[in-house]
Design a protein around this ligand. Structure first.
Ligand code: BEZ
Length: 386
């Protein structure tokens, strides 16, 4: 009888061991980001930020040593499902962090939802991710496309502009940024008179700039990012529009791009949840550490990567290192005040940051903060049922 009990106990222990080990061994993080193409610099900055926070925690989050597996998603939605499935099925990652491009991120969110894999989005603003596609295992450390667009709409209406032309890439991020802009701008008494677009990642802007010159609007609102943003700002100036028709944008237009845009970006006004010159102890510490580690200045993407790691750490600590405890992980994030370089933020019921949207102006090589365009702006989370 005693022997029988001992055997049973030993068998139970053997069964329990792999689980116990899974909670204390390495946590495999799949980083799915663009390392090539127009968003390559954005992917690298996110990885740098993520690694910086992990290093500051001694290489561990929630008591688990972090191991990183990477995939280049090329900002290609057609390859997105295969890429995330490789991370989950071939590499057996415990959590996926990605990505930049909204179209790729929506494919990732579908797989994460279907498989129950934890997903933290460190950039892509696709409204659907914290809207109709929201899920207990999907979180965002960045923004929704609606947020900077809506804040810009309020700013441009307050400036007294009445008639605005918009120009962007034709995909979720561009469409939703313009939609957010239009919602606030038209509420403030303005009218979007023309919506121009070109396919992602096309940068042949000339014909559209000629259309803008002919339309003579009071102002232009735009969403471009990365390499495309560099070229757009340069082409806008070269077409003789700078100084004639004020150009406003979601802050991605001038974040991480000023070195390449030079004087053509000078004076541009944009809205974003990060800025230069915030002058808070938290941001200064982050910037110093980032500059020391990478010999580079951080941008919004680096900050979002850093905060993705902070969020993973908060959730994982509450789940005692067991990422499968989704209820504990999620509850901790929904009640957290995240001590971000951007300023403290909270996570909404649909898992998107509730955060200040800054008004910034390009001065030399900086996006200088000149005010808060929208205080603690929550994404409306339209269509989210959790
Ligand atoms: C997006 O596709 O959601 C996106 C890409 C770059 C910057 C901001 C948003």
């Amino acid at each position: 009888m005693t022997l029988h009990r001992t055997a049973l106990a030993a068998a139970a222990l053997a069964l329990a061991l792999p689980l116990a080990q899974a909670q204390t061994g390495k946590l495999k993080v799949g980083l799915m980001l663009p390392y090539t193409g127009t968003f390559a610099a954005l992917g690298n900055a996110i990885e740098n930020g993520f690694r910086l926070h992990v290093a500051e925690q001694g290489g561990k989050l929630g008591g688990r040593e972090i191991e990183i597996v990477k995939v280049d998603d090329e900002s290609d939605p057609a390859k997105a499902t295969d890429n995330i499935n490789k991370l989950i099925k071939r590499d057996s990652v415990d959590v996926v962090v990605g990505t930049v491009h909204s179209g790729v991120a929506m494919a990732m969110a579908k797989v994460a939802k279907d498989t129950g894999t934890m997903l933290i989005v460190p950039n892509a603003g696709a409204d659907a991710i914290t809207g109709p596609m929201c899920a207990p295992n999907i979180f965002r450390s960045s923004f929704s496309n609606w947020q900077p667009g809506y804040a810009a709409g309020e700013v441009v209406a307050k400036k007294g502009h009445k008639n605005v032309v918009t120009i962007t890439w034709k995909y979720a991020a561009g469409d939703e940024s313009v939609k957010g802009f239009k919602e606030a701008f038209e509420k403030g008494g303005g009218k979007v008179t023309k919506e121009l677009s070109l396919p992602f990642p096309n940068v042949e802007f000339q014909a559209l700039l000629t259309e803008i010159a002919a339309a003579k609007p009071d102002a232009v609102y735009t969403f471009f990012a990365g390499g495309g943003a560099v070229k757009f700002v340069k082409d806008y100036a070269a077409a003789g529009l700078k100084g004639k028709i004020p150009l406003y944008g979601a802050g991605f237009l001038t974040d991480g791009t000023l070195e390449a845009q030079g004087a053509d970006a000078d004076g541009l006004l944009t809205t974003l949840h990060y800025a230069d010159g915030l002058d808070t102890p938290r941001d200064k510490t982050f910037r110093l550490a980032y500059a020391k580690t990478y010999k580079l200045q951080p941008d919004v993407y680096a900050m979002q990567g850093y905060d993705a790691a902070q969020m993973l750490g908060i959730g994982l600590a509450a789940a005692k290192g067991d990422i499968t405890k989704k209820a504990e992980f999620g509850a901790a994030l929904r009640k957290a005040k995240i001590d971000s370089p951007r300023g403290a933020f909270t996570i909404s019921a649909s898992h998107n940051p509730v955060q200040d949207l800054y008004l910034r102006q390009v001065v030399g090589k900086e996006n200088k903060v000149i005010g808060i365009a929208s205080k603690a702006l929550p994404d409306p989370g339209r269509g989210c049922r959790m």
